[in-house]
Design a protein around this ligand. Structure first.
Ligand code: ZN
Length: 304
């Protein structure tokens, strides 16, 4: 079962990886995001059979069908890496795929949540690629991503509220749990919306914190692109995963900087883009956030 599941996740990942690489390349070259895929060397429009992730690269032996120049190896690498990232998501989220075979109204929020997580990984990967290449986190990605994340919470919580209302209505005792008999209804509606409210608050607070960092460091190390990226991460990951993700980003960034300085590649105070570390931290938090928090709290108890 898990082999089939990870392979399915890998396949979806390679398609998204191919898409993410094309989007990042176009953003890096300030190119339009519209229009069909083309060879970066000869600009020839690619045929549908040239667009299979991984498979096309292997069949063409890494060379363009039209100009015979080599296709960037990073294209294949992006497809493979994203394949593994999405396979990891499929394996860790314990999503019950049987609900896809027999979907009910109740399963829609679960399906929506899983699709949203795949979307988060896609955003993380595109911004990883743009920041590592050009040091930029384009507004063309961060703004729509923030919009979609807020939209997700509105739709998911709205749907859950409506399902809850329907379940109370269909129960013959349900009306006694609703106003004017009881406040139970509003208490539970608040419970349903609580994660959405917390996510938006954590997004704004994290963005303000990064803005504060930029002001006190006078813009060395981080830019306003990071502020918008962190706003997205806060809203998308929610509480407490967003905090864990940011903490991991700082931790990985610090370790990486020390290693680079150790090899004499960078000097103290020299900047490296922070976006890739945000992506790494967020990915780990998305997959294992609750486990990391548990482990951390338990190690705290032992040391007491
Ligand atoms: Zn070509």
């Amino acid at each position: 079962m898990w082999i089939g599941l990870s392979f399915f996740g890998f396949l979806i990942g390679t398609i998204l990886g191919s898409f993410a690489k094309a989007v990042a390349d176009r953003l890096n070259k300030q190119d339009s995001l519209r229009g069909r895929s083309y060879c970066v060397k000869c600009k020839h429009i690619l045929a549908w059979y040239d667009l299979f992730p991984v498979f096309s690269y292997i069949m063409l032996l890494g060379k363009c069908r039209y100009c015979r120049k080599s296709i960037p190896f990073t294209n294949l690498a992006a497809e493979l890496v994203m394949g593994f990232l999405v396979a990891g998501l499929f394996l860790t989220q314990a999503f019950d795929f049987n609900i896809l075979l027999n979907p009910t109204v109740q399963s829609i929020p679960l399906i929506l949540n899983f699709i949203f997580k795949i979307f988060i990984v896609l955003v993380l990967f595109i911004l990883f690629l743009t920041d590592i290449k050009t040091g930029l986190l384009p507004d063309k990605v961060t703004y729509p991503a923030v919009g979609i994340a807020i939209g997700y919470w509105l739709v998911a919580c709205g749907l859950n509220s409506w399902l809850f209302y329907l379940s109370l209505k269909s129960n013959f005792l349900g009306k006694y749990l609703m106003p004017p008999y009881s406040n139970y209804f509003w208490t539970l509606i608040y419970r349903i919306w609580e994660p959405a409210i917390f996510s938006i608050i954590i997004g704004i607070v994290s963005a303000l914190f990064f803005a504060f960092l930029i002001i006190i460091t006078k813009g060395r190390g981080m830019g306003w692109g990071d502020v918008k990226y962190v706003l997205f991460l806060g809203i998308a990951l929610g509480f407490p995963n967003a905090i864990i993700g940011l903490f991991l980003a700082f931790l990985i960034g610090a370790v990486f900087s020390v290693i680079l300085m150790g090899f004499g590649k960078k000097h103290f105070g020299q900047t490296i883009p922070f976006g890739p570390f945000l992506s790494l931290g967020a990915y780990i938090a998305l997959l294992w956030g609750p486990q990391i928090l548990n482990w951390y709290l338990n190690s705290f108890k032992l040391g007491y």
